[in-house]
Design a protein around this ligand. Structure first.
Ligand code: ADP
Length: 730
């Protein structure tokens, strides 16, 4: 190779090397620049991290100081809590789940009077042992070991119930142990000594009050007896006096005496009953009785005042309900008397209707009775409806103020119905009328579904004549349910128009405008109809005296109990005659007089009794005491005895027992009616247990005596009430 070539080659290599150098230098420069950038970035990051570290350090400092403050607060709270626990007078302690004491306050430890063993760490069982060993606790009848056992068992329960322990010094501590969620036990001993002492005082005060209350009710009962005895004389004598010849002024005086006396008796009875209910001294005495008859009797007693006001007293007793039921007849009658009495009192025109409906329960074999008393009286403002059932509460407004009363009747009725497990209510509209109702469940005394008497053959159509729609409706419904056709007429004239030979019986009301029932009967006969006629009257005595009475077959007291109506239907329809022969005319002369014995020590009461039965065709004898009653029972052989209960020598109950013992030999059973003024609870029970059949309370009332005498009549005696008697005495 030439030199020139070599040089060229050399220059070429040098140039290449130079280029390579330049390239490497450029690369180095770029790398340097990158490195510089990275170093710059790192520097920036370091600065940021330093700032963050600074911030965190500050925060950490704050948290630390907060924690210190919180710790200090916790210590303060803990101290305060402990001070509080220490300062409470009740004992307070904590136990672990294994029953070891964690801590206890001073009050808790004070009970142990500084005993070394009782300190944190002690077991609950050791505490119990110490309590009994040291005699700190009075274990009573249980004895130490049984007491400890009882307390240990109690503690084992998940939530032990509080227990009261008595300490040696008589203090009472109520111990409440609560298990916390972790199993720890919090134990609180609350000193209830003062409460126990107070309870004891209350108990003693209650006993004293109860005995005072008993004394009060006994006092009231005795007072009522004492007041009733002379009242019997006052009211009874006034009753007798009314039947004598009196001029108008004298009659007014006697009426006033009698009415005031009876009003006083009502008040005495109300106050007495209420005080007995209050003292829980009033018990019910369920026995078989006839509900329909009880309602009838209540209506009879109120008939006079209703008649004087021109009100109709009506009864609608569901045909398919039993009337013989088991209940307390006296108390049922009392509720009815109050409700019907109020209805009559607060009604001036229209009617008072007692309705009995019911639902027999075939499974239970009893019947739920709904008895409502509906009137067309002044009504009760809506705001007063609840008020009137309260004691001594009355509606105090213009209309109401004219009526007197104690305001106790409804309160007593409500309590009585509640005692019977029933409910009482009222619906009323002012100026329209009220409807009081009560519901009671009663067992039937006989069949749940009474069998109806067979109706006389030939009785297919009955004519009802009555001016009052509601009255007609009741009778109509009752007869139709028995399958009898009914022709309803609202007046005598309408009846005469519809009368034909299809009618088998006429049931007519007595008092009707234009043509009354007796005039109707007279006209029917004049027209030549011999159809039997029954007169339904609210004043049968007056009807009996009317000469036109001979045209009717029977005079029935309104409202007529179904039983009586059926009995009359049976006897009269079968032997119809336009004019019935008088009973006395058909009575054989061989009949003897009914013998009545009255055992009564009080002469005034004897006189009242004598006067009350004056017009009756009976033989009457008096016994002054129980002994005499027993003697006369054998000698006089009475058909009925009215037996006073409190009499000297031998009281009415003893005399009755003696008579019943005598009867065991002879096999007879004389009807004995207890007569008593006693109102103490349990008396009537004792009376019936002594063998008496019935029960009358003084003052005696003529209708009650006569009803008992009539009920005692056998077929071998002259009927005590003769037509001429009735006419003579009214
Ligand atoms: P008393 O009739 O002796 O006042 P009650 O407790 O029997 O007491 O009745 C309380 C009150 O309820 C009566 O005073 C009367 O205001 C009202 N009241 C009761 N029954 C009726 C009724 N049938 N119609 C209107 N108000 C009545």
């Amino acid at each position: 190779m030439s030199l020139a070539n070599k040089l060229t080659e050399e220059r070429r290599r040098r140039l290449a090397a130079e280029r390579m150098l330049e390239l490497k230098q450029a690369e180095l420069f770029a790398a340097n620049r990158k490195l510089g950038k990275h170093a710059q970035q790192l520097t920036e990051e370091i600065v940021e991290t330093r700032a963050e570290v600074e911030t965190i350090r500050g925060e950490n400092q704050r948290v630390k100081s907060d924690l210190t403050a919180a710790n200090q607060k916790i210590q303060v709270v803990e101290r305060r809590l402990w001070h509080s626990i220490e300062s409470i007078t009740d004992g307070f302690a904590f136990f672990t789940g294994d029953n070891e004491m964690i801590m206890a306050n001073r009050a808790y430890l004070a009970v142990f009077d500084g005993l070394e063993v009782i300190k944190p760490g002690v077991n609950y069982v050791t505490i119990l042992q110490t309590l009994t060993d040291e005699g700190i606790v009075n274990t009573g009848d249980l004895g130490p070991s049984a007491w400890r056992q009882m307390m240990t068992q109690r503690l084992q329960k998940p939530q032990p119930e509080p227990v009261i322990i008595q300490l040696w010094n008589g203090n009472h501590i109520k111990l409440t142990d609560q298990r916390a969620p972790g199993g720890d036990i919090v134990s609180l001993g609350h000193d209830i000594t003062a409460t126990v002492a107070y309870e004891q005082q209350l108990k003693e005060a209650r006993t004293v009050a109860e005995s005072a209350n008993r004394a009060k009710s006994a006092f009231l009962a005795n007072m009522s007896h004492e007041i009733r005895t002379p009242m019997n004389g006052v009211v009874g004598m006034a009753d007798v006096l009314i039947d004598t010849e009196l001029d108008e002024e004298q009659r007014l005086y006697v009426d006033t005496i009698k009415n005031s006396g009876e009003a006083l008796l009502v008040i005495i009875n109300d106050v007495l009953d209420y005080s007995k209910i209050e003292a829980k001294k009033l018990d019910l005495h369920p026995q078989p009785f006839d509900l329909e008859r009880a309602i009838q009797e209540v209506l009879m007693l109120l008939q006079t005042s209703a008649r004087n006001k021109g009100l109709s007293l009506l009864m609608d007793y569901d045909m398919f309900l039993p009337t013989e039921l088991i209940g307390d007849p006296g108390r049922i009658r009392q509720v009815l008397t109050n409700l019907v009495g109020n209805a009559v009192k607060f009604t001036t025109t229209g009617h008072v209707l007692v309705r009995v409906t019911g639902v027999p329960d075939e499974v239970a074999g009893n019947v739920t009775l709904h008895i409502t008393i509906e009137d067309t009286g002044i009504g009760i403002p809506e705001s007063m409806v609840d008020h009137i059932f309260g004691e001594f509460n009355q509606v105090e407004n213009e209309r109401n103020r004219q009526f007197d009363g104690t305001g106790l009747g409804l309160a007593i009725s409500q309590r009585l119905i509640e005692m019977m497990g029933g409910k009482i209510w009222v619906k009323s509209e002012e100026g329209i009328g009220s409807c009081f109702g009560f519901k009671v469940v009663m067992d039937p005394a006989g069949a749940l579904h009474p069998e109806h008497r067979a109706l006389p053959e030939g009785l297919r159509r009955v004519m009802i004549v009555d001016g009052t729609t509601i009255n007609r409706d009741i009778l109509e419904r009752q007869l139709e349910r028995l399958g009898i056709g009914v022709t309803s007429c609202s007046s005598g004239a309408e009846a005469l128009k519809n009368l034909d030979t299809d009618i088998d019986l006429i049931l007519t009301d007595h008092n009707m405008p234009e043509m009354d029932g007796l005039e109707l009967a007279k006209t029917v006969r004049a027209k030549g109809y011999g159809v039997p006629i029954f007169l339904l009257s609210s004043n049968p005595n007056q009807a009996e005296k009317d000469p036109a009475k001979s045209h009717v077959q029977a005079v029935l007291q309104k409202p007529v109990p179904r039983q009586e109506l059926f009995e009359r239907l049976e006897t009269l329809i079968l032997t119809p005659a336009p004019s019935t022969p008088q009973l006395s005319e058909t009575t054989p002369v061989t009949l003897r007089k009914l013998r009545v014995l009255a055992a009564e020590d009080n002469k005034t009461n004897q006189l009242v009794f004598r006067k009350m039965v004056k017009g009756l065709d009976i033989e009457l004898a008096f016994a002054d005491n129980g002994e005499e009653a027993v003697t006369l029972f054998q000698r006089f052989v009475p058909d009925i005895i009215f037996m006073d209960i409190s009499m000297p020598k031998m009281d009415g109950k003893q005399a009755t027992k003696a008579i019943r013992a005598l009867e065991e030999r002879t096999g007879g059973h004389v009807s004995i009616v207890a007569v008593t003024a006693h109102a103490m609870e349990g008396d009537d029970e004792g009376i019936l247990a002594a063998g008496l059949d019935h029960y009358l309370t003084k003052p005696l009332r003529k209708p009650e005596i006569i009803a008992q005498i009539e009920a005692a009549c056998g077929t071998d005696v002259t009927p005590p009430i003769r037509r001429e008697t009735l006419q003579a005495t009214g």
